[in-house]
Design a binder for this molecule. Structure first.
Ligand code: ZN
Length: 204
């Protein structure tokens, strides 16, 4: 009987863990990381083993409730500030690079008037097509390195509008399609250095 009770308790605990992972809302520690961070967030680098573990992990979608939360708005504002800071000066950033394994990226839309930095929540690549173009890339998480990386010329990106919670699709091309492919790779734990051996060091 005792053994049966123990088994039941273990099953209940396991079920509870499954239920929690199913909801996958922002955890308390993720909320604390967002609220306690300066506007200029710390950018994780591959040379630190604990930071590399975050950069190599797959990221989870935001729940609808999280997309409408003040934490999500704050995270987006801080990521936009960080990627545009002169110390970083990037054209894109993904949440794992600031310590969160959550699916949001910021992309500089060089193809739109004013070249705005726009946030994309729960982004996925729907379709890739066109020629495979090789182009130069760097990464804020891999300072001092550049590489020539093959990417598809065109991409359809599927993402969720945090205001309407509707799924939206954008078709992008050329360098902007390259930025999207680089940033969405981050959400899968993939770095551009995985996609090329044509790498060289630069002074930064
Ligand atoms: Zn990167």
């Amino acid at each position: 009987m005792n053994t049966l009770l123990k088994s039941a308790a273990v099953c209940a605990a396991f079920f509870a863990i499954l239920c929690c992972s199913g909801h996958a809302g922002l955890t308390r520690s993720e909320k604390t990381l967002i609220s306690s961070s300066d506007s200029l967030m710390h950018v994780l680098v591959v040379s630190d083993s604990s930071e590399l573990a975050v950069l190599r992990a797959r990221s989870l979608d935001f729940t609808d409730a999280d997309l409408r939360s003040s934490e999500f708005a704050s995270l987006v504002a801080k990521m936009k500030y960080t990627v545009q800071d002169p110390s970083q000066d990037g054209v894109g950033i993904a949440a794992p690079q600031v310590g969160l394994n959550r699916r949001v990226i910021i992309v500089c839309r060089l193809d739109l008037p004013g070249e705005p930095f726009i946030a994309y929540a729960n982004p996925q690549i729907d379709t890739l097509w066109g020629d495979t173009l090789t182009g130069r890339e760097g990464c804020l998480s891999i300072p001092g390195l550049r590489g020539n990386v093959p990417r598809s010329e065109f991409a359809v990106i599927r993402h969720k509008d945090p205001a309407t919670l509707q799924v939206v699709r954008d078709t992008v091309s050329g360098y902007v399609a390259r930025i999207f492919q680089h940033e969405i790779d981050h959400l899968e734990g993939i770095l551009y250095t995985d996609r090329t051996s044509d790498l060289w060091e630069v002074e930064e």
